[in-house]
Design a protein around this ligand. Structure first.
Ligand SMILES: Nc1ncnc2c1ncn2[C@@H]1O[C@H](COP(=O)(O)OP(=O)(O)OP(=O)(O)O)[C@@H](O)[C@H]1O
Ligand SMILES: [Mg+2]
Length: 239
């Protein structure tokens, strides 16, 4: 049984089919990359898996239970958390308070939530920043805070939507280390990423979408050499 399984999932926005009959799975302990051109439907897949959007058709299963139709808090409670492509810290709140929001899911007591949030901030390398107002963090800091908010809910599967976008080489390397560390902690990861070098380095398997459809799936090297993937996405500059 897969940890996450999408079965023939489609999503329409008016006349636009943003996701078209997509099936794939993530196994426990895996890091799976989800790649494809702008507008391919990657974020829409995340929104459906995490309960922010219902699929128009198809089924989504998590750890043997059907989750399409559940709302976002319910899906978070079963162990699936996401970050947002456009980072969404509660800007006027401190870094610690942001992380505590996630921690409250399992720790209703304030002192316990705070202790859990502090641990999570240390895990993502934001210790020392606890009292800083979230909006004053650098982009790299806000991306790490997105991860902190998500892992504070103690997910078994983490969906990361372009957490490396806009980061410099050093910051990107730090984020790769962080994601690999989370996997060592026992969190499985599905990652959307345009940075080909990063996604190839991180992923055990890669799923490629184009115009809403899955066009390829396999190990990084296999996918990077797939003629259709090269034609529709990687172009001449294949990784
Ligand atoms: N809420 C919405 N209402 C209408 N159309 C939408 C909505 N969300 C996404 N779309 C459309 O669905 C298609 C897929 O968008 P999506 O954001 O999933 O792509 P993406 O692969 O994440 O792209 P990017 O790499 O640019 O983030 C696009 O054509 C987009 O304009
Ligand atoms: Mg997107």
């Amino acid at each position: 049984m897969s940890l996450l399984e999408l079965r023939n999932v489609s999503r329409d926005f008016g006349g636009l089919r943003a996701t078209d009959d997509v099936s794939f799975h993530v196994e426990e302990g895996e890091i799976v990359g989800l790649i494809g051109p702008n507008g391919a439907g990657k974020t829409t897949l995340f929104a459906m898996a995490s309960g922010f959007l219902p699929p128009s058709e198809g089924q989504i299963w998590f750890d043997g239970r059907r989750i399409d139709g559940l709302d976002a808090p319910a899906i978070c409670s079963v162990g699936l958390a996401r970050t947002f492509q456009i980072v969404r810290p509660f800007g006027e709140m401190t870094v610690l308070e942001n992380a505590m929001i996630g921690a409250f899911l399992h720790e209703p007591r304030r002192d316990a939530a705070e202790a859990a949030a502090r641990q999570v901030l240390q895990r993502v390398g934001l210790d020392g920043r606890e009292e800083q107002i979230a909006r004053t963090l650098t982009l790299a800091g806000r991306k790490r805070l997105e991860v902190a908010k998500a892992i504070a809910t103690r997910p078994r599967l983490l969906l990361l939507d372009e957490v490396m976008a806009g980061l410099n080489t050093v910051e990107t390397a730090g984020m790769i280390e962080l994601v690999l560390g989370l996997r060592r902690d026992g969190i499985s990861v599905l990652v959307i990423e345009h940075n080909m070098k990063a996604v190839m380095q991180l992923s055990d398997r890669i799923v490629v979408v184009h115009h809403g459809r899955k066009i390829a799936e396999g190990e990084p090297e296999q996918v990077a050499n797939d003629p259709e993937v090269v034609r529709s996405y990687l172009g001449g500059s294949a990784a």
